[in-house]
Each structure stands twice: as C-alpha cells, then as structure tokens.
Design a protein. Sequence first.
Length: 701
Amino acid sequence: MNAPDMNAHGLSRRALADAAVFISGTGTDVGKSVATAALLRALRHAGLAVQAVKPVQTGVADAAREGDAARYAQAVEDLPPGPLPPAATLHSFRLPASPHLAAAREDARLTVAGLRQDIEAHWRSLMALHDGDGSCALLLEGAGGLRVPFNEQEDTLDLMAVLAAPVVIVARNELGALNQIRLTLDAVRDRGLVTAGLVLTPPPDALATPDEATQAILADNESWLRARLETAGIPVAVLPWVRLNAAGWERLAQAVRPVAQALAALLRTPPNTAEGLVRRDRKVLWHPYTSTIEPLPVFVAQRSHHNRLVLADGRELVDGMSSWWAAVHGYNHPRLLAALRAQAGRMPHVMFGGLTHAPAVELAERLLDMLPQGLARVFPADSGSVAVEVALKMALQYQQGMGQPRRTRFLTPRGGYHGDTTGAMSVCDPVTGMHSLFARMLPQQLFMERPRCRFDQPFDPASLDDARQQLTEHGHEVAAVILEPVVQGAGGMWFYRPDYLRGLAQLCREAGALLIFDEIATGFGRTGTLFAAERAGVTPDILCCGKALTGGVLTLAATVCTEQVAEGICRDGNVFMHGPTYMGNPLACAVALASLRLLREGDWQAQVQMLEKGLRQGLAPCAGLPGVADVRVLGGIGVVETTEPIPVARLQAFFVERGVWIRPFGRLIYLMPPYVTPPEDLARLCDAVVDAVRQDVHLPN
Ligand code: PMP
C-alpha cells in the first residue's frame, strides 16, 4: 500500500474497525466456529478477499490441525484461494477452559493490548496483499461469550470495544435462547458497538427429531427474533444441521447469506470519512474561540479508551489534555460508565425544585468530606462558569444580608480566568480576557497585581503589597476577592506560592471581604494535593469546583460555602436566588459520586507524583531553546511558555502526526494528561513537545 495511507505507527488509514467483523457467541459451544466458517465461505462467494482468524483458542494440543483455523480452511478448500494469508490461530492453549485460566496454566498472560497488536499485524499482512483496495476483510472469532475473561481485569468485550468492529452474534436455538441473545445484544449496544447480524445454529440434539412442544418453542424463538431484529435492521440467519463436507459447507454458506450480504454491504461502504464529517461540521457548527469564516482545523474523534483518543481515520492519539482538566481517570472508565447506566435506568433527570434524590445528597456529603474543613453547603451548578456566577451572587447576597449593600465589587488578581459568562468574564484578566469586547456591559471590577511569588522560589511578602493597598483603598466596596489558588490556569498557567493565600485570607478578614477560591481547574488532585487550598491551609468562604468532578463524563460543577455565608444570605426570611433547569442532574451526580470513589480508592497521589517527575524530566530539554520563555511543572501540569504567540494550527497538526493530542494556546504549550497515563505515553507526550520546539514548529510563521 502507499506510504501516505499509513500513519506514524504504520497503521492503515482504512482502519481495522472498518474492515473487520467480530463473531461472538451467547456462550460456549453454540456453533460459533461453524458459523464463522460459513460466513467466510459466503463472503468469498460475494467477492470479498476475506480471511478468518481465531485470536485465542483453548482446548487444543495442535492448533494447526484441530483448531478452528483448520475448520475455516476446510470450509473454503474447494474455492479458489486468491492472494490471502492462511487462516490463523494467534494464541492456543491446551486446557479446554476460559482463556485466562488456560493461559495461566501455561504461564502465559493475555492482554487486550497484546491481542490487538497481534490482530493488527495480521490485518496489515492481509492489506499488504491487497493494496488497501477496500475489498479485503477479517473475520475474528471470539472465545466463548462476551464476558469471558482474558485476565483479572479484561475480557472479550473489552477486546471488541477497542477493535470497534461490527459484531455478529451466534446462538443456539434452544430453550433459554431468547434470554441469552437479548442480554448479549444489550451488552454489545451498551459498549457502543453495532450488531450486524444474528446466526442461529441448530439445537445440540438436532439429529433426534424434537417433540412437538420443543419444535413449537424453537419455531417461536426464530419468529420472535426475526420480528424484533429484522425490523431493527439486524438480519437473522438460521443454519440447518449438515454433515461438514463440501456440500454441507455450501448449504451453510447459502443459509448464512442474509447476514453475509449485510456484512458485505457494510464492509464495502466507505467509512464515515473524517473529511465528510469535517465538511458537514463546517456548515453547521461553531467551535470554541474560533471564526466561522476562517475556522481552525478540527479532527474527528470517534472513540476513546484509557488515555487514548481514536480519530475517525483510525489514528490513535495519546491524550495530553484530559479534555481540559476533566478526564483524570482516563476515558470510558468502566466504573463511571456503570454509574451512568445504572442511574439512567433509574431516573436520568428530575427538577431540583421541591425534589431531591440520593445521588445529589450522597455527592454533597462526599464532597464536604473531601473539601477543606468549614465548608458546609453545596449548590450544584451546570458548568464551571455557572458555578462562578453562583459564587459571585452568593457573595453579593451575603453582603446585602449583612447590611453591607454597598459592597458590590470584586477584587481579583490579573492573569486570572473564571469562565465565559458575564459575571465570570468580569473577573477574568482585563487584557487577555474579553473585556475590550464587552466593556460596556461588564460590571467594572477591581484588579490587583498577579501573585508574582513563583511557586519554586522563596515567598516574598512584598507580593501581597498590591492586594493590601487595593483593600485599604477600596475595601469598603468589595464584596469578595476571587482567585484561583496556587495555579492560575487558562490565564497563563502561572504557579505561585501558597503563602500568598494565607496572607490574602488575613487581608480579606480585616477588610470584611469574603474570599472565593475557584478550584474548577485545580480541584481533585491535579496540583498534587486534593485541593490547592490545602497547600495554604486556608478555608475560603466560598469554593467553586467542576471539570474533574465527574471524571470528564458529564458537565457538573458545584459552589460550596460555609454555614456562615449561607446564614448571612438566608437571614430575615431571604432566599438564594438561583435555580437552573438541570440543577443537580442525577446522571451527573451519580457519575461524580463514582469518580470521587475512584479517587478515594485509587492512588491518585502516586500517579500525580509520577506525572510530575515525568513532566519535569521530559520537558527539561525545552529550557533555553530559542523562543522558550519558561518551563515549569507542578503536579500533573507541565508548561512550556513561549516568547511569541504560537501558530496553533501548525503545531496541532505536528502533534497529531506524532500520535499525541496536545492543544496549545496563546504562548503556552501545556500538558495535563489523565492520571492513569503510563510512563511510556508520558514520555511520548514530552518528546513530541521537545521535538516541536527543537524543530521551531512553535515559532510564528
Ligand atoms: N474557572 C476556571 C479556573 C477554569 O479553568 C474554567 C474553565 N477553563 C472555568 C472557571 C469555567 O468552567 P466551564 O468551562 O466549565 O464553564
């Protein structure tokens, strides 16, 4: 095949997912290998250069002679062979048991990543013979049913999910089949996979004529399934009992034709190409901070798993962004997805006015356990920006409640970022924020010097001078001081000493101003402590969190305040005036609760320390290179600050070619990978940044 069709890993641009079919059963011994062999023959009849592969075979001493691969070969031995590699078994074990056990008996360990590599290697050898012309395909036969384990953690369904190929389910037509088949179809759908067909095999005692009652049951199974599945576009094929000779295989190939035809159509359909989607996107969508007239390039993301994003053309990228600080546990974490599904089955949403529910109550309790002592009330919000709006309104209502209605302004350091809604924008940095665009409608806030005490240098008390002066001059009109503790995020990825926060808290107390910490980016471990406030030992009056709260699955944030703030707002019969439609969404709360449990049970501290060490080592070579102003690392955040604005589109394209997802902005190339990133992937992320800087890709045109 042509070199341009290969990506950096040598993977075909016609992704395996578009050219493979996974054949799985409702259990063991349901006739899967016969069905696979029959499909192989039928697809060869349909003109496809298709080969069958058994990734894992158990219960054979000599795979070449007695395994399923031998059966595939037998099913097509009278057909012209064509340029195809032979049918193959990739791993075989003697014990007739589940792969995890059979492999362990032979001191082997199967993993989804390893199996996938072997399958891809096989796929490449098939593609090499066919010039990538789109007419070749691979049938992959699973071992047993979907949840058959490969090891302590992974099973067949996990392999199917990473391969992302359409699925054919094979089931025996027998008593109990409807239940098994429906459960299997549900599990396939819940993993985001497509069932392309169902093959019913004859009952085990097919030679003995079943009694009338059994016959009626089997006939009903078939018609029930046809009625439900065929209307849903899933063809059903029913295999007769035959002797497995040339004539028998031909009969089976005819019987399986409805499924084979659907597969042939699927395999021949050009995949939903990335180019096509981008073209349609360009007509109807708008992306963050972009022009519709001169849009920045976009890439089509199709699937995700662990710390990887898979693009529509099959390229797999190591994620360096955690989807904007959120996906700390990586993508598609089974516990988060299970919480989502379970809650969806119970109650996806209900209004929060006058109603409450366990996910919200438990989430609030858990959050308060984790947050600095003294915070007592949780107000759920839909996004980080909304949480900031809520915090500002809380501060204003509190000051009114305390008889201080003139305290209507907010004091905040330069270089901050708090969101894109109006109130939040008003406290963003006045230069890099959007003040010039919206100056006339934004409330005019007070700005003080950015905390200039670098995190990695001794604290200089003079860095509080401007805060002190502002509060001395304007303290009487300040409702609250708002800032991001320790790390200023989107406003410049600036790390400063926690000592600053202790001094600031004292100044706020003296001035009668509340203190609001925006921990939307820093919360849930990113900086090395669960919340950045812990480093200072300061409990703010109000704290906002979001982003990683749901582990990157759903949008949810929270504004949390002390009992004193809540009482100040609610005294004299007052109420807090905020209540969005989707407030306390049960799905988001349930996922957040699961995410907090993962944090509690997991080793996020060690993971973030590992990230910090890897980022320090990996990004160090950037220091001193042309166009680099600073390199800094804190917890799971690594930053290369450049001297000039970065050509984002060019650098982004460079990174994607290198197999990593890193999105620079302004004068910042930064990494904040999922906590679960393996060391070798962290090294790949850092190497890509270092190479980009060495090759001057970060310099303006
Ligand atoms: N505050 C901070 C510190 C943030 O980093 C962000 C998002 N980057 C926000 C607020 C706004 O959150 P959202 O994008 O969820 O509205």
